[in-house]
Design a protein around this ligand. Sequence first.
Ligand code: PEP
Ligand code: MG
Length: 537
Amino acid sequence: MKTYTGNSVLKGIAIGNIYKYQKNNAKAERKAIIDIAGELDRFEDALEVAKGQLEILYREAVNHVGAEQAFIFDIHKMMLEDEDYLSCIRQSITQGINAEYAVQTAGKKFEELFASMDDEYMKARAVDMRDISDRVLSVLMGTAGDEITAKGPVIVIADDLTPSETVKMDKSKILAFVTIKGSLNSHTAILARSMNIPSLVNTSLLFEEISDGMLAVVDGFTGKLIVNPDEKVYAEMLQKQENWHLEEAEYKLLKGKENVTTGGKSIEIYANIGNVSDIDSVIESDAGGIGLFRSEFLYLGREDFPSEEEQYRCYKKVIDAMDGKKVIIRTLDIGADKKADYFQLESEENPALGYRAIRICLDKPEIFETQLRAIYRAAAGAKVGIMFPMIISIEEITRIKEIVTRVKEDLKREGYQIGEAELGIMVETPAAALMADELAKEVDFFSIGTNDLTQYTLAIDRQNPKLEKYCDTHHPAVLRLIRMITESAHKAGIWVGICGELAGDTDLTATFLDMGIDELSVSPSLVLRVRGAVRKI
Ligand code: PEP
Ligand code: MG
């Protein structure tokens, strides 16, 4: 038995087998082959496995994100049947080269070929070429690649995880996340919270010390990973898990109840989501609405921009599922830790202070307009809010409104039914907080993004686990700003919510009520806990 310590993202107990998530950066070495027929067979077998993986991925993606996004896996499968590509590999093997090296070389050759084409669509297939070759390569080399190949649900242990990696994972196979790096406010931690699974970040573990299949316990109450627990500890953990389930069941009794204090003061409790697939847990949580739909997750883990149609279908699915409850969609907040290759963002010295979010949207209005068109179409007949991330000035709001007006006019002229969305901003920069009285006159609501507001106010990088000991999430400077923002909002007659992780911190629920916050938007797993806290005040 060995115990490791990490920072716990969420309370809870997971017991299961370890699955080591390895990034797919395997490199093949050239080797001479004598048994050519055997090597050809090995390649054909790997090819079949890779095609099988793609079929599964296609089916799962259809269920989770819809046929349009799933289509890419079908294309990949067709590419794996391309005769030119296959004969290039087979020829190399026939010349006595090992299958891994043959696949890697053919992959590079075809990737370059596509990249050199004039047609933009064909050019974009270069990355698909790399993807399919990497897939066959990882089967041949026995590395897992991006997908969880384990059969049952597992405890995923990784060095670190990016939002694009986590968004691609099959959530039904994950009992817990444990990362060696990572911070409590990273988007992977946020995702774990929304999935209601115990998870640890910044864990004192060497990747080499563990292997796939080892039995382990993740104790989110104490921040411990216990590998190969002895009988006594295993029994204790089973009991602790049982108690946790009982506690969860008790919170479920609060479903259908009001978010009201004993003194009669009430507050809205909404949920945060990143994907259409999160909607089930929102319904299950009995949230009053969706206070933050992190729409950028629709752009992650894929090779190209989601089209207007695809986005429209995603937003509509969420809006329909909420059945008349309010849905607040945040426009694209890409950049910093949330990256997609096809945006071709340059690497930056200080990405959190860099080219991201509304800055990209105002710089590339075609991307912004496509998203706004999809939201306005989906909002027809529904209660929808749109909010804009990383705002620092009135000029930005003026430009946003010009674009919004143009988009609405275009849609009406084209004969679309559109909705009347409330327009709000995220208050997550010190600039917006300090200008809140002015900004409040320009919008319908504020949503305070405490994750970024804390990082920028305290000058503490939210991605850096080393700084966690300096990060006082209840720092008076942040709380004072929240109070100021709230007062400014109310003075201008608009409502104000909090959608950063602090909204779910039940030690502050009474403080937020006292400040007059109108809405708290939290991870679906925390909705009933916050309701419980409100009802005890
Ligand atoms: C925030 O900054 O508090 C927020 C809600 O947005 P994100 O965590 O996605 O940056
Ligand atoms: Mg933010």
